[in-house]
Design a protein around this ligand. Structure first.
Ligand code: SF4
Length: 220
């Protein structure tokens, strides 16, 4: 009998009562880590947030041509309390720094951050300017860096895939620790500066800003 004149039988109206067959077809064995990581990496919700020209490329990533929805990350949330991914696309000026840090603090755990473009990574073309931070990693812990000026949408998608790989390796077995960075703004902003005062309120109050810097520095 050829495929064209094959006669299909109607499906049975009643459901099968063969328990063994049902079990074989409907049970999937996996680990909690696998399920949680799959759900988390497949439904990243970014904050609706942009700082400069890189944000245009981020917006282009959400258009049908690049379709960030293929990676489950198309739901840009207007509230940081409903988001778990902070894309930082653009120049982070000191004036904007308290707002960026506050948005990060308002996001619930688990959360991730991606620095998009040279500006967010190290100041870009404005590096060493008095008004620009030397990278958003001075304000919050960054998981993935996507270089470029600006990076193309394909680069951002690659960064999101790298982040997904990172989430895939996560486990609930480890002790949970809040991730944060050591503040560095007091090395750049003078005492009494209103932005410095605002930033001091966004780190734990027991920090001694007069103590020498303990974090990583560039080799001299
Ligand atoms: S990295 Fe280049 S494109 Fe991106 S915000 Fe900075 S100047 Fe603009």
């Amino acid at each position: 009998m050829t495929q064209a004149n094959k006669v299909y039988q109607p499906l049975p109206l009643s459901l099968s009562t063969d328990v063994e067959e049902e079990v074989q077809q409907n049970i999937l064995v996996t680990s909690v880590d696998q399920v949680l990581n799959w759900a988390r990496r497949s439904s990243l919700w970014p904050v609706m947030f942009g700082l400069a020209c890189c944000a245009m490329e981020m917006i282009a990533t959400a258009t049908p041509r690049y379709d960030i929805a293929r990676f489950g990350a198309e739901i840009f949330r207007a509230s940081p309390r409903q988001a778990d991914l902070l894309l930082v696309p653009g120049t982070v000026t000191w004036k904007m720094a308290p707002a960026v840090r506050r948005i990060w603090l308002q996001m619930p755990e688990p959360k991730w951050a991606l620095a998009m473009g040279g500006c967010a990574i190290m100041g870009g073309p404005f590096a060493y300017a008095y008004s620009v931070t030397p990278g958003v990693n001075t304000l919050l812990p960054v998981d993935v860096y996507v270089p470029g000026c600006p990076p193309r949408p394909e680069s951002l998608l690659t960064g999101i895939m790298l982040l997904q790989d990172k989430i895939r390796e996560d486990t609930i077995g480890k002790k949970w620790q809040r991730r944060d960075v050591e503040p560095q703004f007091h090395r750049y902003l003078p005492e009494g500066d209103p932005i410095r005062k605002e930033l001091e309120g966004l780190w734990p109050p027991y920090l001694d800003y007069g103590a020498p810097y303990q974090g990583e520095t560039f080799p001299s």
